[in-house]
Design a protein around this ligand. Structure first.
Ligand code: SF4
Length: 141
């Protein structure tokens, strides 16, 4: 974050920049890193396009070819949440009603969540892990 911020900053809203300047590029909460919030609501990196669709300012900088890091892995994985235990990582779907429309579309298009977040799962666990997951998922059909 420290390295990329100068290239991400031009994509951000003034209120996001202010939140970052006041709180820092990241905060810690119970030992976990989190992005700072604007007035305890939006992430400081949220931006809105001309259709008022919320987007990630970090990802927009990535898509524009300004940086090589897409966004925090926890954001990239969402709605999958990872809980680290001493001997394993728990990979769970996080249900949030705000995502119901996306779930309905995924069902219609027959895109299960593990396929929707394929890139992020490979980023987190690697190609071999994902290939095993696909094999396991097929065995449940
Ligand atoms: S994807 Fe993550 S970093 Fe980007 S705007 Fe959303 S919460 Fe913030």
């Amino acid at each position: 974050m420290l390295d990329i911020y100068p290239k991400v900053k031009p994509f951000l809203r003034p209120e996001g920049i202010k939140a970052i300047e006041d709180q820092g590029l990241f905060i810690t909460n119970e030992g976990e890193y989190e992005t700072p919030l604007i007035n305890k609501k939006d992430c400081a990196f949220v931006i809105f396009d001309d259709k008022n669709i919320a987007k990630c300012g970090i990802e927009e900088a990535y898509n524009a070819g300004k940086i090589k890091w897409k966004k925090p892995i926890s954001c990239h994985l969402y709605p999958i949440r990872i809980m680290e235990y001493s001997e394993f990582s728990a990979v769970n779907y996080h249900h949030w009603p705000i995502c119901d429309d996306a779930c309905a579309l995924g069902k219609e298009l027959q895109v299960p969540v593990y396929k929707f977040v394929k890139e992020a799962l490979i980023r987190k666990f690697g190609e071999d892990w994902y290939a095993e997951l696909e094999k396991t998922a097929k065995s449940f059909k």
